[in-house]
Ligand binder design. Structure first.
Ligand code: 8YV
Length: 332
């Protein structure tokens, strides 16, 4: 009998969804996430036709070069800075991601983080839990308003637009900066105005980062950018940690040059800079913005559909629903 294609599933995802792969492929699962160093990844890819991976797995040029049979990589996640897409495409390996299905959930969480930073929600809870609440205090833990303020969005893709839509209900003015300006009808639909990067920094009362990570966006929010922000402003990052210079951010927060920040992503995650951990005026969450149960299931479903189709099986054989375009520049 003809041997079936072999696929690697890098993490224990949702078994009932991943089980659909068994109809078409032999599935190799490596259950120990801690083994996912470069050598372990290269090993796992060496003998397979395809793989279902997450942001924990960096699929680099060396691993790809050592995987002669590889034909498809299905990334669970919309951002794909963990994949060397040019190296994959140079070998005609199909790469796919999971856009759209996580947009609204991630926008919800971005809004939640921004609100938590503005109103000092987690700082207030720590205060209470530590037994420091000695009675109601008129001037205690005062924050900044969202309503009537200016929301700045850096990166106006699907998730940025989702956040802009939500801001209308909070009576916020929305300004944005993006590699390219949105068409006028889209700007109207999300009620947002395009501004230059420096204007965004200067005018935002609350700045939210939702842009793909790439060489072009590495540390785009650095000391110089932070210095252009208002000292009363908040900064929320739900994109990738490497977009922010975390040392500069810690300096700004400690020095009173920025009111507060909320980070769901970190440059060296899961490690978090101890200087950030030591600050009170920061909300820190472990990369959970897309983490509703329904959305994580939808992401795995789409990644499984992509992998089946990319390897020439199932109803969409040869046409995965959400391939990463060859010319794509960043992790969006
Ligand atoms: C995922 C994400 O949890 O989609 C993204 O870009 O960062 C998150 O939604 C992560 O990518 C899982 O691999």
């Amino acid at each position: 009998a003809e041997s079936r294609p072999k696929v690697w599933v890098s993490q224990p995802l949702f078994d009932d969804i991943v089980a659909r792969l068994h109809a078409h492929f032999d599935v190799v699962q490596v259950p120990d996430v801690s083994e996912h160093d470069a050598a372990a990844i290269a090993d796992a890819l060496r003998d397979v036709d395809g793989a279902l991976v997450t942001l924990n797995e960096r699929i680099d040029g060396d691993a790809i070069a050592e995987a002669p049979k590889l034909r498809a990589i299905a990334n669970v996640g919309v951002g794909y800075n963990n994949l060397d897409v040019p190296a994959l495409h140079a070998r005609d390996i199909v790469a796919t991601n999971t856009p759209d299905v996580l947009t609204e959930t991630t926008a919800d969480f971005g809004f939640a983080l921004m609100m938590a930073a503005a109103r000092r929600v987690t700082e207030a809870e720590r205060h209470l839990r530590a037994g420091k609440w000695q009675g109601w205090n008129f001037k205690g833990l005062l924050g900044a308003d969202l309503h009537g303020s200016t929301l700045g969005i850096l990166g106006m893709g699907r998730i940025g637009q989702g956040i802009a839509k939500r801001a209308s209900g909070f009576d916020m003015r929305v300004i944005y900066h993006n590699r390219s300006r949105l068409p006028a009808d889209v700007e109207r639909a999300v009620n947002a105005s395009y501004v230059e990067f420096d204007t965004l920094l200067a005018q935002a009362d609350h700045l939210v980062l939702v842009l793909p990570y790439s060489a072009a966006s590495h540390h785009i929010v650095d000391a110089a950018a932070l210095a252009k922000m208002q000292p009363t402003a908040t900064l929320t990052n739900i994109a990738r940690g490497g977009i922010v210079d975390e040392a500069a951010l810690a300096d700004a927060l400690a020095g009173g040059r920025l009111a507060s920040a909320a980070l769901d992503v970190f440059e060296g995650e899961p490690a978090v800079d101890p200087r950030l951990l030591a600050l009170d005026n920061i909300v820190l969450t472990p990369h959970i913005a897309s983490g509703s149960l329904a959305t994580r299931r939808a992401m795995v479903t789409l990644a499984v559909d992509n992998l089946i189709a990319a390897l020439g099986a199932g109803p969409d054989a040869g046409n995965p629903p959400t391939p990463i375009a060859p010319a794509a520049k960043g992790g969006k």
